[in-house]
Design a protein around this ligand. Structure first.
Ligand SMILES: Nc1ncnc2c1ncn2[C@@H]1O[C@H](COP(=O)(O)OP(=O)(O)OP(=O)(O)O)[C@@H](O)[C@H]1O
Ligand SMILES: [Mg+2]
Length: 343
């Protein structure tokens, strides 16, 4: 196969959204939801066999809806979730134009797929199987490694990627990271949402709130430490729209992720060779939607003081950083680093 015909892609397979960057310059992001019409009525209305992304969310009452990567793992045992991942991947490849005669053509696609570090450990074979027939050559890497590669932060850095399902850590030592260099915690955006619902229900027992509502409020008001504004929201209380002050609840819910993140960060740092520890401490990079929590870099820096201080930065535009990193890897990787799925 001539290299000019090869389509290289980087895919960030996320719990809440998935992104693709392709060597033909195309980039797309979709919500990681896949749904099939629930019955004949739904089929009649939707006139489609499968819906993906925000379309699936918007039509969810008519669908058998799947979010295939909950808590950062491909849900094994459920054929529907495997099929959902396959649909999601086909959809992403279709968006960037990997098509022949209207169908997704996998024969010339080389994909680097970033997944949570824990999925890499426990789900790799499963992920590989789910990609058969969809791509020709595959490299599965951890999400934070793809981010590091995209930022060219390859030496003496630590990436902390706070997503929806998982928080992934990776220390970069100038080579492919090993298992010891990486960690995954299942506390992240989704667990904050669950806490927030509980805390609001405790404070305002009469109020009606859903996960969907609190996620929006969190994304608007999230912070840790000292509040700079009040978080006033409107929710139905016994059916009457009522203003609620949820500042304390937002703070408490967002702060639940701090102790485990600090503990894991310090533990990984303590395992870095002593003469490089200071450099890593000064090169800690936050990514993922959860990294947008106000004041989080500062709180993490405060916790680094006990070990000599450090610098935590947040990268501004996190949407494509993982998929762009995957694409850069795909373009750089020699033939020997790829797995052929359709040999
Ligand atoms: N401003 C914000 N403040 C706090 N959280 C936010 C903000 N914006 C987005 N989030 C949260 O970030 C999470 C989504 O982040 P991201 O897109 O990085 O996740 P993902 O890659 O799909 O998930 P994962 O990496 O766990 O597979 C969601 O929980 C979302 O609510
Ligand atoms: Mg992610």
């Amino acid at each position: 196969m001539a290299s000019s015909e090869i389509l290289h892609v980087g895919i960030d397979l996320g719990t809440s959204r998935s992104a693709i960057s392709a060597s033909n310059g195309e980039r797309f992001v979709v919500d990681s939801f896949v749904g099939w019409p629930a019955d004949m009525v739904a089929k009649k209305i939707l006139k489609r066999t499968v819906l993906i992304g925000h379309e699936a969310v918007a039509n969810r009452t008519m669908l058998d809806l799947h979010r295939p990567l909950e808590r950062g793992l491909l849900k094994e045992g459920s054929d529907k979730d495997v099929e959902a991942v396959r649909e999601l991947l086909r959809h992403l490849l279709g968006l960037v134009g990997a098509k022949k005669n209207g169908k997704v053509d996998s024969s010339n696609v080389r994909a680097v797929v970033g997944v949570p570090a824990a999925a890499l450990r426990t789900n790799k074979q499963y992920l590989r199987n789910s990609m058969k027939g969809i791509v020709d050559s595959l490299m599965i890497v951890s999400e934070p490694f793809a981010v590091a590669y995209g930022l060219n932060a390859l030496l003496h850095t630590m990436i902390i990627d706070i997503g929806a399902g998982t928080t992934d850590f990776c220390v970069m030592k100038g080579r492919y990271p090993t298992e010891e260099d990486q960690r995954t915690l299942t506390i992240a955006g989704d667990s904050i949402d669950t806490h927030l619902v509980k805390l609001i229900e405790e404070h305002y027992p009469q109020a009606n709130v859903t996960l969907f509502m609190v996620r929006e409020w969190k994304e608007k008001f999230s912070f840790v430490g000292t509040p700079t504004q009040r978080a006033n929201v409107v929710a139905p209380v016994k059916g009457v729209p009522t203003e609620l002050d949820i500042t304390n609840e937002i703070k408490a819910a967002c702060e639940t992720i701090l102790p485990p993140i600090v503990e894991t960060m310090l533990d990984l740092l303590s395992r870095v060779e002593p003469e490089f520890q200071e450099r890593v401490r000064n090169n800690i990079i936050l990514s993922g939607g959860g990294g947008l929590i106000r004041n989080l870099p500062k709180m993490l820096e405060d916790s680094l003081r006990q070990v000599g201080g450090g610098k935590v930065t947040y990268m501004e535009d996190p949407v494509f950083v993982g998929s762009d990193g995957g694409l850069a890897l795909a373009l750089d990787a020699p033939d020997s680093d790829w797995e052929r799925l359709s040999a």
